[in-house]
Design a protein around this ligand. Structure first.
Ligand code: ADQ
Length: 475
């Protein structure tokens, strides 16, 4: 079998699983690449005075890691601009936050071309290429222009928006056409896959055949659903480690017998942190009996600090958390502990395990790995309760959670209350069902399903237009 070449915006070399502090995507990929002697290519995260295309190559834990530096206009136009001020907000249903500047489009296409040109010398004819996420939609088109005939797959970690939202992007046709230069396009959920199929049928005038092949713009790509998982065994091991146990004890002691609610997110408007604070405020207002008997720990790591929407959100969270504590705190009770620090994975596992409620309430999320980590870290004998947004991709799988509408303060407050009062037997049976799913549909299952689908030959015959739901077959 040919090697696997993974291309993603950022590269983080496979870390010691216990200590890794990388984001969801990086954790998933390092687990996947540990098994393949593959190459992982991407941006180093550094900017040089001017772009050189110079590759840095090193070997880490059996994986060849190759990176390039970009230049400052690349960072502004491609990364902060098009990726994080156009695609991210629109794909998360926040068209109000999108900034359509032509220089962003140009920067995006320039960097996608640079990625293709830089990775080219590393490629061998039987390699399988797997491109990750919304930063790099045009990489396959650029590789095809350079004559690369290898199988190329694309996985979208974030949601694919409904057709009407996607068409708010000024050059949506070009983006969709670039996607069809892949052989395989993978989505997290059936919902996203169907939304893409709907665009192909209704806006691009294309077709979807019974085998899940989308045809439009004179091109064809197989589409499918590949829900990402966590490295569940590894996470459970981290949760049982001495570091996790120490953090668990520390939280338990500082809780002083109070029930604990936890939220862990990147500080991002898609995660619904502000709405979650308001729901918690609502809970405290409605239920004075819970005062001094419960507290919430919200860990929100700072990201994309150059983008103004993130600065605004941070300021609002400071205000709302201050207001809640100002209104309700007593000399020995802080109802909302709000921290912006990053933690090791084994420390996080200890915090999750100490929490009676895992509050995962994004307004939109491709999947959400925190929901799965929370479940994996629980004590089977005395598990906590997962409260999960219906708009997280994870809700398609994790039906034994308490599913809520994150926009409704009443809904979320009610679910927290229900979770706090849930009898042990019900907690155990819900958790068992969730944990089975997290273990079975782990990151290895995700990788294997995608790679296997990528290796499958494309059907040659022209397709008939069919019901879009036929395309959303599970791997
Ligand atoms: P993210 O938006 O980053 O991922 P998520 O899936 O929740 O969201 O992953 C976050 C990861 O970062 C988790 O592994 C979590 O443990 C870690 N993390 C968060 N805060 C941390 C902190 N303070 N310290 C250390 N680690 C922290 C994108 C998509 C998601 C999709 C993933 C994977 O937006 O929808 O699930 O990719 O496909």
């Amino acid at each position: 079998m040919g090697r696997l070449i993974v291309i993603s915006n950022r590269v983080s070399a496979p870390a010691d699983p216990g200590v890794g502090t990388s984001g969801g995507l990086a954790m998933a990929l390092s687990a996947a690449l540990r098994e393949y002697s593959g190459v992982w290519f991407g941006w180093s995260g550094r900017t040089a005075e001017s772009y050189t295309g110079q590759l840095s190559v090193e070997r880490v834990s059996g994986v060849t890691v190759a990176t390039i530096d970009l230049d400052e206009s690349d960072r502004q136009e491609y990364y902060n601009g098009y990726a994080n001020e156009v695609l991210w907000p629109v794909f998360h249903y926040r068209t109000d936050l999108a900034a359509y500047e032509r220089s962003f489009d140009e920067g995006y296409e320039r960097v996608n071309r640079r990625f293709a040109e830089a990775v080219l010398p590393l490629l061998e004819p039987d390699d399988f290429i797997w491109v990750q996420d919304y930063h790099l939609i045009s990489v396959a088109r650029e590789l095809r222009r350079l004559g690369v005939a290898n199988r190329i797959g694309f996985f979208l970690h974030i949601p694919w928006p409904s057709r009407r939202l996607f068409t708010t992007i000024p050059r949506h046709h070009e983006l969709a056409a670039a996607l069809l230069d892949y052989d395989l396009i993978g989505f997290q959920t059936r919902d996203s896959c169907e939304a893409f199929a709907h665009y192909v049928l209704e806006t691009a005038g294309g077709s979807i055949d019974a085998d899940g092949v989308a045809r439009a713009f004179g091109k064809a790509a197989r589409i499918g659903v590949f829900p990402i998982g966590i490295d569940a065994a590894d996470f459970a091991e981290a949760a049982a480690s001495p570091v996790a146990e120490a953090q668990h004890q520390r939280m338990r002691e500082s809780a002083a017998g109070r029930k604990m609610i936890i939220g862990v997110d990147r500080l991002d408007y898609s995660k619904g942190i502000e709405e979650r604070f308001l729901a918690y405020e609502n809970l405290l207002a409605l239920h004075p009996d819970l005062h001094e008997r419960v507290f919430m720990l919200q860990i929100a790591t700072l990201t994309r600090e150059d983008v103004s929407a993130y600065q605004d959100l941070r300021a609002r969270l400071d205000t709302v958390s201050g207001r809640i504590n100002g209104a309700y705190a007593t000399v020995d009770w802080v109802p909302l502990r709000y921290v912006n620090r990053r933690y090791r994975r084994d420390e996080l596992a200890g915090f999750y395990r100490a929490a009676d409620i895992g509050l995962v309430t994004p307004l939109r999320d491709g999947m959400n790995l925190v929901a799965k980590e929370y479940v994996a870290a629980q004590d089977p004998e005395d598990p906590g309760v997962l409260v999960l947004s219906e708009f997280a991709g994870a809700a398609e799988q994790m039906k034994a959670a308490l599913i809520v509408n994150p926009m409704s303060r009443e809904d979320v407050a009610e679910a927290i209350r229900k979770g706090l009062a849930m009898p042990l037997e019900e907690r155990r049976s819900r958790w068992r069902e969730l944990a089975d799913g997290v273990e079975q549909r782990d990151v290895t299952a995700w990788r294997d399903a995608f790679v296997e689908a990528l290796r499958r030959p494309q059907p040659a015959s022209p397709a008939q237009a069919l019901d879009p739901t036929a395309a959303a077959g599970r791997p």
